[in-house]
Design a protein around this ligand. Structure first.
Ligand code: ATP
Ligand code: MG
Length: 271
């Protein structure tokens, strides 16, 4: 697994102050031209995400979370300012920025394994090598038995895990996740949070993760950002004091965790 997933922790500890900024928004604003006129989706925003940080983003519906993520992904070009990744201006999508949406978009005519191996195949990686890499990633997300299955034979949670494996196969520098667990039941969701957290612990990938669940945001985030609406803006940006290794299911019931969750909820209610 270590072969396919580059481990960054040795070079730069997660979100340490002074670590180089991986994702930078410089005075970024975004407006859409809609039928009913201009929509100011994101007000002027500055943001630096350090290498290895896991940033979670919560905010009311329509406050510009997806817009911000799509700007980093390169699906949108900001109407003002610049988005930089590792100092380079983002001008379009790249496999270096892996995106996971609420609904998995796996190719139904390909096996689960071939879906995961797609990125490496497009990069010209040989068949044996990409099969090994895909199987390692499927094991990482607990789908080792399902390499030969078709996506429609998987449950929603399994499809999301496959989607995450497919994105990881590109060994992206940045993971961008837009409500990846939003369509799942509570138990599956907690299970996948734990799995994603373990994957992140091993790889320390820089991540931006959007969710409507404050609990999920505080559990997964090394940094929690709350956005407010009209125009979309950052109203809260802090690092929960829980060590990554301490993020176990038991953490959720501790007074410190509950207090943090309530604090973020209060901010959210005030937006
Ligand atoms: N393609 C588009 N054209 C016009 N307006 C858009 C477009 N996409 C989003 N918007 C508007 O921009 C604002 C921000 O939308 P965005 O999708 O970023 O919100 P969000 O925070 O992700 O919401 P949700 O939590 O519901 O997913 C909203 O007012 C929305 O109506
Ligand atoms: Mg959204």
């Amino acid at each position: 697994m270590e072969g396919a997933l580059r481990v960054e922790s040795a070079r730069s500890p997660a979100g340490s102050p002074g670590a180089p900024s991986r994702v930078t928004l410089q005075a970024v604003a975004h407006r859409y031209l809609a039928r009913q006129g201009e929509v100011a989706a994101l007000g002027r925003t500055d943001l630096q995400v350090n290498t290895g940080e896991f940033v979670t983003l919560v905010g009311p519906s329509g406050c510009g979370k997806s817009t911000l993520l799509n700007l980093i992904a390169g699906f949108l070009v900001p109407t003002e300012g610049e988005v930089l990744v590792d100092g380079e201006v983002v001008t379009g999508p790249s496999p270096d920025r892996g995106v996971v949406f609420q609904q998995a978009n796996l190719y139904p005519w390909m096996s689960v394994r071939d879906n995961v191996a797609l990125g490496p195949r497009l990069r010209g990686v040989g068949k044996a090598e990409r099969r090994t890499a895909a199987d390692e990633l499927l094991a990482l997300v607990g789908l080792e038995e399902f390499g030969n299955a078709r996506p429609y034979e998987l449950s929603g949670g399994m499809q999301q895990r496959c989607q995450i494996a497919r994105v990881l196969a590109n060994d992206p520098d940045v993971l961008l996740l837009d409500e990846p667990f939003g369509a799942l039941d509570a138990i599956t969701r907690e299970h996948l949070q734990m799995q994603l957290h373990r994957i992140w612990l091993r790889s320390r990938k820089t991540a931006v993760f959007i969710t409507h669940s404050v609990e999920e945001a505080v559990f997964l985030g090394t940094r929690v950002i709350v956005m407010g609406a009209r125009p979309g803006r950052i109203v809260f940006d802090e690092r929960p004091p829980f060590r990554p290794e301490a993020r176990t299911p038991e953490l959720r019931a501790t007074p410190a965790f509950v207090a943090w969750r309530e604090r973020v909820s209060a901010v959210l209610r005030g937006t």
